[in-house]
Ligand binder design. Structure first.
Ligand SMILES: Nc1ncnc2c1ncn2[C@@H]1O[C@H](COP(=O)(O)OP(=O)(O)OP(=O)(O)O)[C@@H](O)[C@H]1O
Length: 689
């Protein structure tokens, strides 16, 4: 067809107001109007001037004022992305990086991965044209391993700094150093940065509920900038008296809003998966007793163990006439906008993870939120209209809350972070300029663990090549070491599968009503040697099943077959798909490091020996009374009821998890011979032990 003809046919086509072209342009117009109405819009010039004049800027503004979505676009327009440079924005959570990048791409009217993209562990959508890059704080830290001066970025924005994740804290210190080094180079070309010109770095620390002073002081009197006002008001309500049962109170509030308030979706903050699933069931149960026309309430869950695709379901609009009630953990607390949310219900509590370095044990406790968290929760309403926030505690209790959450660096296992710092050439960890120093004993314990794992030399330097290899893999040091050892034991293929399977949660799917049926249909996977080998056989069986149907070329068909297989076997198909993606990625990582991925076939003895050699710090021995003693810490623990070894109780096991919930539990186990420990980890276990 001649070009002229095509042109005229397009021109002659009658414009249908509902055509994709028309609806796209009206959407664009709506977005442009929305952007103009944000409080930050009128501050564009002043903000850019402040960034130009100051190398470090602390920005504080109300939730929803437009900091995260707009500031990067302002910087782009002001020329901060010239000559291929990027603006990097970190988020504490992957769901935030993902959804905000999507929104900003929409606002810029570009495809995700072009001008705007996101990078999170195991999922990178960026391309060489990406200029505004949203990512997790952990991802940026990893990037520093390959490009120490982060030379591709002209500006780095640390968003939601008040959350004080361990990665944010390390970045705050690291970027201080990078900024100093880059300004010393002052526009020169540095070797090791692919010949890129290294310009001074601008650093922006941002939050809605940030004690700016702490950050200003840390950066030697940095300037702070306040963005005043919010787009829509949120009315705050408290209970008159303390509630004895917040789950019950949350349930009543949901139904009260549903029956008394105008239309708009509800977001409820609870503490964890189990609680959320139980409230989901209770909502459904209660709905059955309502008249037909009052039943239009749609409960949806979002928590971190839920695969990404399922998490994304809460962002879709509710069917016409329905009200969404999103049941969330603190995963939905900061940064994100869930369209349609008008009402927030804050239980006032959160599940906090604390690591005890001396016991090598994690504890999960339900604790009151901080003021900053309560403010963030309210801030999830009022983003596309006026909102209301219901806190299930009296106002006087709000004032008693801690201002902010205890920094994660003070309550987590430091071995991964320390390994990364060592790989970045920072040797003096005790003297490192942390904004809040972790305890000396936690640092010493993590250094000792890294030494035992062979990542550090006797004088605490990064061991070559083991330590370097471990730092390059996007895994906890203990898993990286397992891969290195498996290479020597000729079972790398199997270890890659196990590490991938341990990286996802809830491999099995246990619907409450069909628990027995689920167990029976999964029996053929179960290995008497434990959970690791059971997971291995799930993975392998699916692989074989798909291999036999290799003729089905299309990806959609393969996925359909896979879903069917998972359903029959009561396996969580999304978790398994995720595990297969992770497997591919880490296999790529180890191949790049020059490893040859070999398999031990059915020699499970060799494989179990490799597990013992890798995870010797996580061994537990049965006691006379049937409980276990974790050999490293001496803690008395129990096998978790969901483990396949729960009934058989072997003499000695390797565990993956040690967690205090209602009791101290170990889970994800493999049976081993206790004598292997002295044989395979003689530097740690003596024969008589
Ligand atoms: N995914 C989205 N869908 C629809 N609207 C959105 C989306 N993301 C952001 N918005 C709109 O843009 C506004 C500004 O969002 P932005 O995340 O930039 O605010 P913020 O100041 O960074 O807030 P916070 O401190 O809560 O992260 C929101 O209030 C909302 O109206």
């Amino acid at each position: 067809m001649a070009q002229g003809e095509l042109k005229s046919s397009v021109l002659n086509r009658k414009r249908n107001p509902k055509s994709p072209v028309a609806s796209r342009s009206s959407k664009r117009q709506k977005i442009a109007e929305h952007r103009k109405s944000l409080p930050i819009a009128s501050e564009e010039e002043r903000l850019i001037e402040a960034v130009q004049k100051n190398d470090i800027l602390i920005i504080v503004g109300e939730t929803g004022s437009g900091k995260t979505t707009q500031l990067p676009q302002f910087l782009f327009n002001a020329g901060f992305c010239r000559e291929g440079k990027m603006v990097g924005i970190t988020q504490p959570r992957r769901i935030a990086a993902l959804t905000i990048a999507k929104r900003v791409a929409e606002e810029c009217d570009v495809r995700l991965g072009q001008k705007v993209g996101y990078s999170v562990r195991f999922d990178d959508t960026t391309s060489s044209s990406t200029r505004l890059k949203y990512m997790t704080d952990g991802f940026l830290l990893r990037e520093a391993l390959v490009d120490r001066l982060l030379s591709r970025y002209s500006v780095i924005i640390i968003d939601e700094a008040h959350e004080r994740t361990v990665h944010t804290d390390v970045l705050l210190a690291l970027l201080k150093k990078v900024q100093r080094e880059r300004s010393e180079i002052g526009g020169g070309v540095l070797r090791g940065c692919q010949g890129r010109k290294v310009s001074p770095l601008k650093l922006i620390i941002m939050s809605a509920s940030l004690d700016a002073r702490v950050f200003c002081d840390y950066y030697g009197g940095a300037k702070d900038f306040r963005v005043e006002g919010r787009q829509f008001d949120v009315d705050i309500f408290y209970t008159v008296h303390p509630e004895t049962d917040y789950v019950d109170a949350a349930l009543n509030t949901i139904f009260q809003i549903h029956s008394e308030e105008e239309e708009g979706d509800i977001l409820v903050f609870l503490t964890g998966q189990e609680e959320i699933e139980s409230v989901e069931r209770l909502v459904q149960e209660k709905l059955k007793h309502l008249p037909e026309d009052e039943r239009k309430l749609l409960p949806l869950a979002i928590f971190s163990a839920l695969p990404s695709e399922q998490q994304m379901r809460v962002f879709a609009p509710a069917p016409i006439g329905f009200r969404k009630v999103v049941l969330a953990t603190n995963i939905a607390e900061t940064s994100i906008t869930i369209p349609g949310i008008r009402y927030v219900v804050d239980s006032g509590v959160v599940k906090a993870r604390t690591y005890d370095p001396n016991k090598g044990m994690e504890t999960l406790d339900v604790v009151p939120v901080s003021k900053a968290q309560a403010i963030q929760r309210s801030g999830r309403a009022g983003r596309d209209g006026y909102g209301k926030s219901f806190h299930l505690y009296p106002e006087r209790d709000f004032w008693k809350l801690e201002d902010s959450t205890k920094p994660e660096i003070k309550r987590c296992n430091l071995s991964n972070v320390i390994l990364q710092l060592k790989a970045l050439g920072i040797d003096d960890i005790l003297g490192f300029d942390f904004i809040d120093k972790p305890s000396r004993s936690a640092i010493v314990k993590a250094l000792a663990e890294l030494h035992l794992l062979g990542a550090l030399t006797d004088d605490c330097k990064l061991a070559k090549p083991a330590g370097e290899q471990m730092a390059r893999l996007p895994l906890e040091p203990v898993y990286s070491r397992a891969l290195i050892l498996a290479n020597q034991f000729n079972c790398l293929e199997e270890m890659l599968i196990i590490v991938a399977m341990l990286s996802v949660e809830s491999i099995f799917y246990d619907p409450r009503q069909k628990r027995e049926e689920a167990r029976t249909s999964r029996n053929h996977f179960v290995s008497v040697e434990g959970d690791h080998l059971t997971y291995l056989s799930v993975y392998r069986e699916l692989d074989e099943f798909l291999e036999e149907r290799k003729a089905e070329k299309s990806e959609a068909k393969v996925e359909k077959i896979m879903r069917k297989w998972c359903k029959v076997n009561f396996v969580n198909s999304r978790s398994l798909k995720h595990a297969r993606d992770i497997y591919r990625q880490i296999r790529g990582n180890v191949e790049q490091m020059g490893f040859n991925v070999s398999s031990c076939g059915n020699d499970m003895l060799e494989y179990r020996r490799c597990i013992a050699a890798s995870f010797f710090l996580k061994a537990a021995q049965r006691q006379m009374d049937g409980t276990y003693r974790a050999l490293e810490s001496g803690e008395i623990v129990h096998i978790h009821p969901s483990s396949v070894l729960f009934r058989s109780k072997p003499e000695c096991v390797i565990f993956d998890e040690l967690m205090q919930t209602s009791q101290k539990y170990i889970n994800n186990l493999t049976r081993i011979d206790p004598l292997w420990l002295a044989e395979l980890a003689p530097h740690h276990y003596k024969t008589e032990e």
